[in-house]
Design a protein around this ligand. Structure first.
Ligand code: PLP
Length: 451
């Protein structure tokens, strides 16, 4: 560490920036190598020279690069934009460091986290059931509110049943990991969420990615490779969390039918956002719930809670409930969290104007940003609007400058996205006002000139 420190002193700002850039590139190359390595099996009988370094966490690949990046950022006086402390409910505004900011870093799309009815439902559930259910549902038993939530989710998606898990990420990992195996193929959009990739890795299935939203490329892959595998799963998202665009769902449904594959849609960012009543991408396209085999969603975003769910036909849900390790061997959803999400769904259904307003405000943000010449990438104006910056350093600097101007937005840097696609990512809430959006877009344009 000291050695690194000494090496940095005396460097010009440009040299330090280039050092950070190099660390990022090194990490990117190493990630690509690791991906290639996992595809190769270690040669049998090869001996690995065992040294003390292999017993130290600070020698793990990546840690040193992280330290170099941190140190160089300190030297450049770039403060860390991550782990900012919010002192209250984070919605369209949030208090950070004692100061109220316009906030674009929460998935509280319909302003339901912090809604009095939702908070009250959680408090009542604590009084009745306590804060934890203390074991898995098969072992510790059910709470009525867990079942009511699952019924409400199934109704939202127009499916026979649903099952909730305590983590959205783990929902994808355990469901894909359990349902598919080494004789199967999983085809996924190139921009699919990490949790899906982890699930595929766990399953041992063969994995292929198709270019973003390109159903024609997917069709060619299915024509060429379908016959080599038993089961085939296609995975897409309802709204892509980094880019704010969506797939042409009917085309994917048609393909999965023709090629006898399963289709899974991750609705983490589209439930509560797409469709007149917020029922998601199926409602947007006028597609029946049964047309998609596996609906996945999270409770941590629109639904003001925590956890994830799978909705689909009875056989799928029963199978997951009785066998998926992430359900069977993991604690059940705490009653206050289940009650919060259930109440959030009820408020959403009683007040569809929230969904309409979210849509209007998102489109307003997108239109204003484009007028200012900002690069909003692929965004279609549904709740997620990126502003592309060109590099991780620029994205971090822009985020810090905006915070100084009373606007909180997170930078998305490598490895979450490709380095040249580093960005600020704006999550719009139905409670953002047009005045807040105008002020924000003007501040971005201003800050960009300062950089
Ligand atoms: C598309 C997608 N799927 C799954 C998840 C995981 O959900 P959670 O954060 O609720 O665990 C996320 C999280 O942001 C996501 O964006």
């Amino acid at each position: 560490m000291n050695k690194i420190n000494k090496g940095l002193f005396g460097l010009t700002g440009k040299a330090k920036e280039s050092l950070i850039q190099k660390a990022i590139e090194k990490r990117s190359a190493r990630d690509a190598q690791a991906e290639a390595d996992t595809a190769r099996r270690a040669p049998s009988g090869a001996r690995v020279p065992v040294s003390d370094d292999l017993c130290r966490f600070d020698k793990l690949p990546g840690y040193k690069d992280l330290m170099v990046q941190r140190l160089a950022a300190d030297q450049l006086n770039i403060s860390n934009p991550f782990f900012r402390l919010h002192e209250g409910t984070a919605s369209a505004t949030s208090v950070i460091d004692g100061r109220e900011c316009i906030n674009f870093s929460s998935y509280n799309y319909l302003e339901l986290s912090g809604h009095p009815r939702v908070s009250q439902a959680a408090k009542d559930a604590i009084d009745q059931y306590g804060t934890s259910v203390s074991a898995s549902r098969p072992v510790s038993g059910e709470r009525p509110v867990q079942q009511e939530l699952e019924q409400a989710l199934a109704a939202l998606h127009g499916t026979e049943d649903a099952v909730v898990f305590v983590s959205g990420h783990a929902t994808n990992v355990t469901s894909i990991g359990y349902l598919f195996g080494p004789r199967d193929l999983v085809l996924h959009d190139a921009l699919i969420h990490n949790s899906v990739l982890q699930g595929i890795q766990l399953s041992g299935a063969f994995r292929l990615s198709f270019p973003h939203n390109d159903w024609q490329a997917l069709e060619r892959m299915l024509e060429q490779r379908r016959h080599e595998f038993e089961r085939v799963l296609i995975v897409v998202e309802g709204i892509y969390s980094m880019d704010g665009d969506h797939p042409d769902l009917p085309k994917f449904i048609e393909l999965k039918r023709r090629h006898r594959a399963f289709l899974m849609v991750d609705e983490a960012h589209s439930i509560g956002v797409m469709g007149e009543r917020g029922h998601g991408i199926a409602e947007h396209y006028g597609v029946a719930g049964g047309a998609v085999d596996i609906w996945m969603g999270t409770l941590s975003k629109t639904m003001a809670g925590c956890g994830g769910y799978i909705a689909g036909e009875q056989a799928l849900i029963d199978h997951l409930k009785f066998s998926a390790p992430g359900f069977l061997y993991s604690v059940g959803m705490p009653a206050p969290m289940a009650a919060a999400s259930l109440e959030a769904i009820r408020v959403m259904q009683e007040e569809p104007q929230r969904v309409r307003q979210l849509c209007e405000r998102s489109r307003y943000f997108l239109a204003r940003a484009r007028e200012q010449g900002l690069d909003t990438g692929l965004s279609r104006g549904y709740s997620v609007v990126p502003v592309l910056c060109g590099s991780s350093i620029k994205a971090v600097r822009l985020s810090n400058l905006l915070l100084e101007k009373g606007i909180n937005v997170q930078p998305i840097v490598y490895p979450a996205v490709e380095e040249k696609l580093a960005r600020l990512r704006f999550f719009i809430s139905c409670a953002h006002t047009e005045a807040q959006i105008d002020a924000t877009v003007a501040a971005i344009a201003d800050a960009l000139k300062q950089l």
